[in-house]
Design a protein around this ligand. Structure first.
Ligand code: SF4
Ligand code: SF4
Ligand code: FES
Length: 366
């Protein structure tokens, strides 16, 4: 059996000592998991290693750690593959997840961050009216849209990997927002608008996500939390016209309008248009927009002084050669009556007709 070297980050906040590293050699088949490696080291060499686990089958969500710098379930990561990624002769480095305080070694405090944020989004159904005499009957196709968010095992890997949360610990975060979509998209819930308004207007809510894809990359259940956040945004803005305090809605509109008009981004126009509703004149003359523009004047002056912005650049922007083709794409999308949104979690084998039928089922009205 091959021998693997594990390098674990050790830390006990109660000891008053700084964090340190411990290395262990374990003999295991390459197919066994990193978790098995850690448990073998704990059983045979050092009973003080702190690691949380239960199912060992990627179901309970308790063993998320960072392996060679990337957040993953330790029980779902083959030790042979982890050694390959670490590179020749290097140990497999295992650390606790980011963005949550360490309780001991590889165990983080999920209550302090992850569960608190899940509670924030009111993670239960809020139906309108009296409950039916018997169970709610929901058409199966109306649940397809939320199956992806329902697959979450609450491992917190996305929370540990989220770069926005690292910069702003108050951000509600990917797991909780994916959970929010699970209820916003549920036809039995009667508070869709209120939930969306609440999340859009929270300065650390829907628009704090920077689309970095880290949560999509690390999620072991393909929940794709960022996609659920984008769905929440589309619902909030497209379906309910909800504007947010961070100008996220105006920013997205400004971005889209500029690409439609020029084919490339007119950076000097992006900021001022973002303060309003994304358009040139109306966007910049709304009362809120004027206030924001005045507040940002010092930034504009600094840009002028450094040469990054000039009056000519601010007013004029060239159009992309062949921009009419970009415009044609926009016209085609605008002409569609329905927003077609595919739930990519539903996968399977089938012929084109079946796939087409599935797309129809997954279609959402705008
Ligand atoms: S895509 Fe958004 S929610 Fe996901 S990790 Fe990046 S910033 Fe966080
Ligand atoms: S969304 Fe994925 S990574 Fe995040 S807690 Fe759920 S299962 Fe884990
Ligand atoms: S031990 Fe349950 S998910 Fe890893």
């Amino acid at each position: 059996m091959p021998e693997y070297k594990l390098k674990l980050r050790r830390y006990d906040p109660e000891s008053g000592q700084p964090a340190y590293w411990s290395e262990y050699d374990v003999d295991l088949d390459a197919e066994r998991s990193v978790l098995q490696g850690i448990l073998t080291a704990r059983d045979d060499q050092d009973g003080s290693i702190g690691i949380r686990c239960s199912c060992r089958a990627a179901i309970c969500g308790s063993c998320a750690v960072r392996i060679n710098g990337k957040t993953a379930l330790a029980c779902n990561t083959a030790i042979g593959e982890a050694a390959e990624k670490a590179g020749d002769g290097n140990p497999i480095v295992v650390e606790p997840m980011n963005n949550m305080p360490v309780i001991k070694d590889l165990i983080v405090d999920m209550d302090a961050v992850h569960w608190k944020k899940v509670q924030r989004v009111v993670p239960w159904l809020l139906p309108d009216g009296d409950p039916p005499e018997r169970e709610y009957v929901v058409p199966a196709e109306s649940m397809i849209d939320i199956t992806q968010s329902m697959a979450c095992i609450q491992c917190g890997a996305c929370v540990g990997a989220c770069l926005s949360m690292e910069a702003n610990p108050d951000f509600i975060g990917p797991a909780a927002l994916a959970k929010a979509y699970r209820f916003v998209g549920d036809p039995r819930d009667g508070q869709e608008r209120e939930r969306l308004k609440d999340l859009a207007e929270d300065p650390d809510g829907l628009y704090t996500c920077t689309h970095c894809f880290a949560c999509v990359e690390v999620c072991p259940k393909d929940v794709a939390p960022m996609n659920q956040i984008m769905r929440l945004r589309r619902r909030a803005t497209g379906d309910f016209g909800i504007k947010d305090r961070n100008n996220g809605y105006g920013h997205e509109k400004a971005f889209v309008n500029l690409i439609e008009k020029y084919g490339t981004l007119h950076e000097a126009q992006l900021l001022p248009r973002s303060f309003g509703d994304g358009s040139l004149l109306k966007g910049q003359t709304e009362p809120g927009a004027v206030k924001e523009l005045i507040e940002n004047l010092p930034t504009a002056i600094r840009g002028l002084k450094s040469g990054k912005v000039s009056p000519v650049k601010a007013l004029w922007h060239h159009k992309l050669p062949g921009q009419e083709n970009v415009k044609r794409i926009f016209d085609e999308v605008h002409a569609k009556e329905d927003r077609l949104e595919l739930n990519l979690y539903i996968v399977g084998e089938g012929n084109d007709e079946e796939i087409g039928a599935m797309a129809e089922i997954a279609k959402e009205d705008v």
